[in-house]
Design a binder for this molecule. Structure first.
Ligand code: MSP
Length: 501
């Protein structure tokens, strides 16, 4: 089963921040889980480098757009491995191969009769690279997202006949009710369509920093068309000498933030239809990370939490865990260093890390380091029985927070089991030897099974632990709670989540 997942491509006008890390991490959790299940996965991320926001930011720093793009693209490219993201390719929209394919697809849109030349006049936000319609503009003619004063623009443009897709888009929304998820964003996108679609600008004349319109070289494509097509073009050249399009197109999931809903759920499918290409299966819309002030974290508001600082203090696994656990995927949520510390100490260190250290230490102390190969506790096993299936159903719906909740309930169940069984008391009673065997076998097995499902979230820590349990296999089949203890020898384990100053 092919599974193709993408993040938005990030603007290189600024440096990576936690909002970017959030989508990349969520996509990575899903990609890793699907690989565990043996699916044929392709995970794409990258950078959006053309258009006015980048050109303006470069000029403000006395740089050519290309120089700024090169500098910042490197930072985004470096962020992915720092997050332990397993993307299969990193696309830059300045790649020649991308630009060539953008021209091919949009030439087809033109040849199919979905473009025309006209004059555009409207309120324009240079940061969004988007014209705003009257009902979304804030008081004082300000951008609803950046809160900066909008500019009045009038220019000759090529237009895309979005209005021609009124009916096809309505039909798409009727037939594919999970095209946009979660449901409230489906309703929002559908309402936007039902208001009546107007044609949109496809090119810019003033701007040089973009992909040239092949049939009118005085124009470059409007950056959003160039950018959206990355999801399609990447498959054509990600593997030299191989075209992955047939294998992975259309995408299974585009993950996006709610500010770019209209582009992905209205313009994008229309553009694909105009080029006679299949539309994606799902667009999943997540919420915003909010700063301590309750407003969307953004560089221009100066309320950002730096992902590199979190990684430095607590490690990559902690950042991954914190973001997915604390900000329900699909809703907004506040983030801050204090909350990172609380999750780290209470859950990663005390609940999971301690469970791991205690289990291994008890196997060493009471059974010479060998996990007893006896039958495991049937009642405890029952708590784990449906877990792998539950988790995969929820992750099929792109709900990593919900899946983590289900997994964490079992981590807590294991901690309760330790308290209920009190192995240190059993160890003092020679007649309880059988019960102690069963307890240790069950604990080690529960810890192993739950860790397999945790691997997509906190890969490095789980790998250390599973190595200590001599059971490194993280394939999905191994998430089943076995009927017998493994009989394997354990190794000592450094604390997975050591105390921080
Ligand atoms: N370049 C466009 C996307 C083109 S996709 C064909 C863009 N780039 S962006 O860098 O501004 O934003 C990329 C993503 O980061 C968006 O999904 C946006 O919602 C997300 N985030 C930016 N700030 C965010 C938060 N504070 N919280 C969560 N995600 C946010 O838009």
């Amino acid at each position: 089963m092919p599974f193709y997942i993408t993040t938005p491509i990030y603007y290189v006008n600024a440096q990576p921040h936690l909002g970017h890390a959030y989508t990349t991490i969520a996509a990575d959790v899903l990609a890793r889980h699907m690989r565990q299940r043996g699916q044929d996965v392709f995970f794409l991320t990258g950078t959006d480098e053309h258009g006015e926001p980048v050109a303006d930011a470069a000029h403000a720093q006395g740089l050519e757009p290309r120089a700024l793009a090169d500098r910042n693209a490197e930072k985004f490219k470096a962020l992915a491995p720092q997050l332990e993201a397993t993307n299969d390719f990193f696309i830059r929209t300045t790649d020649e191969e991308h630009m060539k394919r953008v021209q091919d697809v949009l030439q087809r849109v033109h040849d199919n009769g979905y473009t025309y030349k006209g004059i555009y006049e409207g309120w324009y936000c240079p940061r969004c690279a988007d014209f705003k319609v009257e009902n979304e503009i804030l008081e004082g003619n300000r951008c609803p997202i950046h809160e900066i004063v909008l500019e009045r623009h009038q220019e000759e443009n090529w237009f895309f006949r979005l209005s021609a897709f009124q009916k096809p888009l309505e039909q798409l929304f009727d037939e594919q009710r999970d095209f946009v998820m979660p449901g409230h964003h489906y309703n929002e996108a559908r309402a936007f369509i039902l208001q009546g679609l107007q044609d949109i600008s496809l090119s810019r004349k003033r701007l040089k920093w973009g992909v040239t319109v092949p049939w009118d070289p005085d124009h470059v494509f409007y950056v959003w068309f160039d950018a959206l097509l990355n999801y399609y073009t990447a498959l054509g050249y990600a593997r030299p000498g191989e075209d992955l399009t047939g294998r992975f197109w259309p995408a299974t999931y585009h993950l996006i933030g709610k500010d770019i809903l209209k582009f992905h759920t209205v313009f994008w499918p229309a553009m694909l239809m105009a080029a006679e290409l299949p539309v994606p299966e799902h667009v999943f819309v997540h919420g915003f990370l909010l700063g301590a002030d309750g407003r969307k974290m953004s560089k221009s508001l100066g309320n950002v939490l730096d992902p590199f600082e979190v990684i430095e203090q607590y490690g990559t696994d902690a950042l991954r865990f914190y973001l997915v656990r604390d900000v329900a995927f699909g809703s907004d949520g506040s983030v801050g260093m204090d909350a990172v510390r609380v999750r780290y100490e209470a859950e990663l260190a005390n609940e999971y890390g301690n469970l791991a250290s205690r289990t291994i230490a008890m196997v060493q102390r009471y059974r010479d380091g060998v996990i007893p190969a006896v039958a495991t506790d049937v009642e405890l096993a029952r708590a784990f029985e449906v877990l792998p299936a539950e988790v995969s159903v929820v992750l099929d719906r792109a709900e990593p927070t919900r899946a983590l909740d289900l997994i964490w309930e079992r981590v807590r169940r294991l901690n309760r089991y330790v308290e209920e069984r009190a192995p240190w008391q059993l160890a003092r009673d020679p007649e309880a030897a059988g019960k102690l065997d069963e307890t240790l076998a069950s604990l080690a097995e529960g810890l192993r099974a739950v860790s397999v499902l945790l691997h997509p979230y906190i890969p490095a820590s789980v790998e250390k632990l599973l190595l200590a349990l001599d059971a490194p296999d993280v394939s999905y089949a191994r998430a089943i709670f076995a009927e017998r203890g493994s009989g394997l020898s354990v190794q000592s384990l450094e604390p997975l989540f050591p105390k921080r100053a």
